[in-house]
Design a protein. Structure first.
Length: 240
């Protein structure tokens, strides 16, 4: 009877453990940052070698040109933007990389629905590119992680780890408080974050809710339809 109870208990533990990971699928590979092209939901990553890779459905393929970087964002049509290892800001051409006009350097990057790049600058300020020059977003906000909605509304993790949304003239903290380490925005304009406990949370407009499945990570991106991808605690690339 004791042996039967033991094996039933072990089966229950294994079932619970499997269920906790059942919602996440490994894409293989190890990465330092992750992005997704919204329209076709292709995953991109900064690899462990700092190279730029995209997932072709069967595996990872390096982007032409041999570029390297620290952070990545990708347009809905699949054009990558990266913070290079010199902190310069580069756009993929299809066969290599070109630095955005106006120079500038940054720490984190995002891209809006019009293909305009946004960055956290070296001074922690928030800047956007108009096609020729960089302009600081109104309100003199500062942060260390940035995401931008399709319509060009910026969201940042502030230097106090608070989560803020741009108003056009400044910044407002999202309702429900909360603090985070990295941020993403889905196609509905809902913010997602890696919390201070490394768990994944999403905002419904008033409160934060933890994503089921027990996932944890360092970096996050979210597809247009609201599917999160993360760099896990093991630095592997996971899709929900």
């Amino acid at each position: 009877m004791k042996k039967t109870l033991f094996w039933l208990t072990m089966l229950l533990v294994l079932h619970i453990a499997a269920a906790a990971h059942a919602d996440w699928k490994s894409l293989g590979g190890i990465g330092k940052d992750v992005a997704v092209s919204g329209g076709i939901s292709t995953a991109w990553t900064i690899g462990s070698d700092l190279g730029i890779y995209f997932h072709n459905g069967g595996g990872w393929q390096q982007y032409p040109g041999g570029g390297k970087g620290y952070a990545i964002a990708v347009t809905s049509h699949g054009t990558p933007f990266v913070i290079g290892t010199d902190n310069g800001i580069y756009k993929g051409t299809g066969n290599g990389w070109t630095q955005l006009p106006g120079g500038g350097r940054g720490k984190d990057i995002a891209v809006d629905g019009r293909g305009n790049a946004w960055v956290i600058g070296m001074d922690d300020g928030i800047y956007y590119h108009n096609g020729s020059t960089w302009t600081q977003y109104p309100g003199s906000g500062k942060g260390f992680a940035i995401a931008v909605s399709h319509n060009g509304t910026p969201f940042v993790i502030g230097t106090d780890n608070g989560i803020y949304k741009g108003t056009g003239s400044g910044w407002v903290q999202l309702p429900g408080g909360g603090k985070g380490k990295d941020i993403a925005v889905d196609g509905r304009g809902n913010a997602w974050v890696i919390g201070m406990d490394d768990a994944i949370y999403y905002h419904n407009g008033s409160v934060w809710t933890q994503l089921p499945g027990g996932g944890r990570g360092h970096r996050i991106t979210v597809s247009h339809t609201g599917v999160p991808l993360v760099i896990g605690m093991d630095n592997a690339i996971w899709r929900y």
